[in-house]
Design a protein around this ligand. Structure first.
Ligand code: PLP
Length: 397
């Protein structure tokens, strides 16, 4: 692949580390490598750099609280988005000891869904709120599900497969009205849409560095001040006793810089991403019959395009795209040897013959109009070729 041009349209899976972010983290490997917990100045200075990064993260999230020392104590650094999701739900149950129920949605990331299933095994009650064919949350069912036994409601800000945005601010108010806490997995939303936590009642929010041009293996959990926080990981006194383990210093610095860059670029970048994405979708719709764009088209992430090509398999499309150096994802997962449509597409009721041929294209600031035009021109012959050998296409014609 080395001499081959790569067109990377899989940014909801992970993003390229921004070279500027990489430069910001570099000194923390071989030069400024002190332990922030050390008494000596060499380590102590690193602790200061961590606090500066913490403030930058808080600024992206619109979390304005600073303690007497000017520290954004609502921000806890974690190892990833998944840890933040688990830690938030765990802490919420600890903060609402008399309550036994989690309310979440059917389309969450496994960071929440797999933990929810584990909680069921441990005797907790979990209710999964359905979505409609556009992936929109059923707010009436949500209202009915939140009761006096609900400790926590956990809903993603934006869906990783379709980009559909949930009304999390409204859901947080609904949770509070019944005395429950509210967590949102904002892993896909952070850096792509504005977030202003101070204007909401959200109690916990998790993000992940590698979705916004920082490295893999770093995340953040926001915990609103005043909420009693029980850690998931016990150890040293790091993160004010809320997350044991020596800090991943270089990645924390990187995440701080990535958040700063995202905040400064947000409005322009969002507009440009949506423009390129919409141009891409318009080209596909004009050139390829029997396709559909999935998700809430009026309210979704600007970078995400989930496209169902009817009567063919997503994996075959991906393999042919790969020959052109084009990277995307399918909406299927391999379970017990057969390709099953993802839980998200299944929950949306996307018919089998469409769900099977679903590809997620997800853009970043590094993509160009020329790249998406190339992909849009490459796809029609690929789809025509696959349909010509698809018995299902013949049947459906
Ligand atoms: N939540 C969502 C919505 C995601 O898309 C992802 C990653 O794909 C995660 C959580 C998990 O983040 P991480 O890979 O940092 O654990």
């Amino acid at each position: 692949m080395e001499n081959h041009r790569i067109i990377y349209l899989d940014n909801n899976a992970t993003t390229r580390v921004d070279p500027e972010v990489f430069r910001a983290m570099e000194p923390f490997f071989c030069e400024r490598y002190g332990n922030p917990s050390s008494i000596h100045r060499f380590g102590g200075e690193v602790a200061g750099d961590i606090e500066a990064a913490r403030c930058r993260v808080a600024e992206l999230l619109g979390a304005g609280f600073r303690d007497r020392d000017g520290i954004a104590t609502e921000i806890i650094f974690t190892s990833c988005g998944t840890e933040g999701d688990n830690a938030a739900i765990n802490a919420a149950f600890a903060a609402r000891p008399g309550r036994n129920k989690l309310v979440t949605s059917a389309v969450e990331h496994p960071g929440v869904l797999a933990y929810a299933r584990e909680l069921i095994r441990r005797g907790r009650q979990v209710e999964f709120i359905p979505v409609d064919h556009c992936g929109r949350l059923d707010l009436e069912k949500l209202a009915a599900a939140i009761d006096d036994n609900t400790a926590v409601v956990s809903l993603m800000w934006a869906n990783n497969e379709t980009g559909t945005i949930f009304p999390v601010a409204e859901a947080a108010r609904m949770a509070h009205a019944r005395g429950a806490l509210f967590h949102t997995d904002a892993v896909q939303a952070a850096g792509k849409v504005p977030i202003n936590l101070d204007g909401t009642e959200i109690d916990f929010l998790s993000i992940s560095g590698h979705k916004l041009h920082a490295p893999k293996g770093i995340g953040v959990l926001f915990v609103r001040r005043g909420i009693r926080f029980t850690p998931l990981i016990y150890g040293g006194h790091q993160e004010r006793m809320r997350r044991g383990g020596t800090e991943n210093v270089a990645s924390i610095i990187a995440l701080g810089r990535a958040c700063e860059m995202a905040r400064l670029a947000l409005p322009d970048e969002t507009r440009e991403l949506a423009r390129i994405r919409d141009r891409f979708e318009a080209a596909l719709l004009a050139e390829i019959p029997r396709i559909r764009i999935n998700g809430d088209l009026d309210n979704r992430l600007p970078n995400t395009s989930s496209v169902s090509f009817e009567c063919i398999e997503g994996e075959s499309i991906l393999m042919l795209l790969d020959q052109f150096g084009i990277c995307a994802s399918s909406g299927s997962a391999c379970t017990t040897g057969s390709l099953e449509p993802s839980h998200v597409l299944t929950a949306m009721g996307i018919p089998y013959h469409a769900a099977h041929g679903t590809i997620r294209f997800s853009l970043s600031k590094f993509n160009t109009e020329e790249e998406v035009d190339f992909v849009a021109a490459t796809l029609p012959p690929i789809i025509a070729r696959l349909r010509s050998i698809s018995p299902y296409w013949e049947e459906q014609k």
